[in-house]
Design a protein around this ligand. Structure first.
Ligand SMILES: C[S@@+](CC[C@H](N)C(=O)[O-])C[C@H]1O[C@@H](n2cnc3c(N)ncnc32)[C@H](O)[C@@H]1O
Length: 205
């Protein structure tokens, strides 16, 4: 997507779709992000109703489905949805799969989730959608629900992925979420070493 002066400001749905068509999933780790594995080992996070926006190939979906979480996976591309549906069926895991624009999720899902798991979605959207991300997350989480996320500090101009600093996270989420923890994780994969913020945010209003 271009803003008219050839400055790249983000990807359209078609742009994401063509990545899946061309099998160019350069963001995909082929496994659940290791910081989540460590967090789950450290904390007793019990199975609950969880939404994963922009789930892509769905490694986090499978990670939580295996642990007995009731997972709703959301992505708006055919490419991602086909991969995640096949993986769930092949492994005999259950999960709800929604081919849907995250920002337009039906209001029947309002306040239905205990947890939202964020991985490389906040940095994938146009930064001018960040406030809408916060509003949608607030709308979908139950009172007291959690957003657990890995936020990518690329320290680079443009995107996706768009740079996400500690200040960005604090600024966007502080009005509706209590920041329970926000740390640079030591468990990132090599190519993202020292660039990921692991956040545990609790919805407070
Ligand atoms: C960078 S990928 C990350 C995929 C996955 N979370 C991961 O970390 O491997 C971003 C994903 O978000 C999806 N996406 C982008 N904007 C979206 C939107 N508005 N609604 C739903 N999915 C969206 C894309 O189709 C893509 O699969």
């Amino acid at each position: 997507m271009s803003n008219g002066d050839n400055t790249q400001i983000g990807y359209s749905r078609e742009d994401w779709e063509s990545h899946y068509k061309n099998k160019d999933l350069r963001w995909d780790l082929n496994e659940v992000a290791p910081p989540f594995e460590h967090l789950w080992k450290k904390k007793n996070i019990r199975p609950c109703k969880t939404i994963i926006p922009g789930c892509g190939a769905g490694h986090e979906v499978i990670f939580l489905a295996k642990k007995g979480f009731n997972v709703t996976a959301v992505d708006y591309t055919d490419g991602a949805i086909k991969i995640i549906e096949k993986t769930l069926i092949d492994n005999n895991y259950s999960g709800e799969v929604l081919q849907q624009d995250f920002f337009k999720i039906d209001c029947k899902y309002n306040e239905k989730f205990d947890l939202m798991l964020e991985h490389t979605f906040f940095c994938a959207i146009n930064p001018n959608m960040r406030q809408a991300y916060v509003e949608t997350t607030k709308r979908l989480l139950k009172p007291g629900g959690y957003l657990v996320g890995l936020f990518y500090e690329t320290n680079q101009e443009g995107g996706p992925p768009f740079n996400t600093s500690q200040e960005d996270i604090e600024r966007y989420f502080c009005s509706s979420f209590k920041i329970e923890s926000l740390d640079k994780t030591p468990y990132s994969v090599e190519q993202r070493r020292d660039k990921e913020w692991l956040a545990v945010l609790k919805k407070v209003d």
